[in-house]
Design a binder for this molecule. Structure first.
Ligand SMILES: NC(=O)c1ccc[n+]([C@@H]2O[C@H](COP(=O)([O-])OP(=O)(O)OC[C@H]3O[C@@H](n4cnc5c(N)ncnc54)[C@H](O)[C@@H]3O)[C@@H](O)[C@H]2O)c1
Length: 257
């Protein structure tokens, strides 16, 4: 019997990057998976096929996490097609990357719509379903090292990630009596399609070598952290952070003296 046999997971933003790796990791451990994404339908279909090849059930759900009605439908359709919801991974995220003085409030609202409201809506609908089922559950949000440190040109993103960290701690308090554990992961710099689009291959190659471990993290290295937080391996862990950053936040990195 695999670690997550009989469990059903929802992973948002699962067509590529960290979400894709997480969906595949959970399926490999025996979970059925709702593969949610706003776009990248072809990639999402490929993730569904890869999960089925692992012997698990999966389906693609197209939706924007910022859209509360779609999030409600995501949970309802997961129950309809896969029978229940035991695990929610709030992974979908975006950022604007502009200097603070140039930030358009509409862009900031969009970032908060996806990162903060997306986590709020999905977690609320999933928690209600888990409470109805009466068998506990696990919620993990993919935050960022940006939540606890300021990084320039990411004011909207940093603030939204900080908001979900504190939301997580509060929700963990309220859901503990229902056996639902709620945690977040702070990845460092992870090698994903989104990062290549934002920075370009050359910058990633050059800057990656300057990191403490001389490389970016791999999506699978975050996925394994998610697997820990949603399985019984972490049965006494709630309301906290698992930072998987290759030492990114250590002072002065590898050049400290
Ligand atoms: N890659 C990193 O260095 C890094 C570091 C820290 C945190 N994170 C966080 O990890 C998560 C995944 O990042 P990634 O690098 O894999 O990104 P990515 O851009 O490679 O993939 C993100 C996926 O989410 C989907 N998505 C975007 N907005 C959505 C929405 N509104 N509704 C549904 N799906 C949506 C995209 O279509 C895409 O398929 C994000 O929350 C990001 O903030 C990433």
């Amino acid at each position: 019997m695999k670690k997550l046999s009989g469990k059903v997971a929802i992973v948002t933003g699962a067509a590529r990057g960290i979400g894709r790796a997480t969906a595949l990791e959970l399926a490999g451990l025996g979970a059925d998976v709702a593969v949610h994404d706003l776009r990248n339908a072809a990639e999402a279909a490929e993730v569904v096929r890869a999960i089925e090849a692992l012997g698990q059930r999966a389906f693609y759900f197209q939706g924007d996490v910022a859209d509360r009605a779609r999030d409600e439908a995501l949970v309802a359709e997961t129950v309809e097609r896969l029978g229940r919801v035991d695990i929610l991974v709030n992974n979908a995220g975006i950022g604007t990357r502009k200097p603070f003085v140039d930030l358009d409030p509409a862009d900031v609202e969009r970032t908060f719509g996806v990162i903060f409201w997306g986590v709020f809506h999905c977690s609320q609908f999933a928690a209600r379903q888990m409470i109805r089922q009466g068998q506990g559950g696990a919620i993990v949000s993919i935050s960022s090292v940006h939540a606890s440190r300021g990084y320039a040109t990411a004011a909207d993103y940093n603030a939204a990630k900080a908001a979900i960290n504190h939301l997580t701690r509060t929700v963990a308090l309220e859901l503990a009596p229902h056996g639902i554990r709620v945690n977040y992961i702070e990845p460092g710099w992870i090698d994903t399609p989104g990062e290549h689009e934002a920075f370009g291959d050359e910058t990633i190659e050059r800057e990656g070598k300057k990191l403490l471990m001389a490389r970016l993290g791999r999506p699978e290295e975050i996925a394994r952290g998610v697997a820990y937080l949603v399985s019984d391996d972490s049965s006494y862990v709630t309301g906290t952070c698992l930072r998987i950053d290759g030492g990114y936040v250590l002072p002065f990195g590898r050049y400290s003296t």
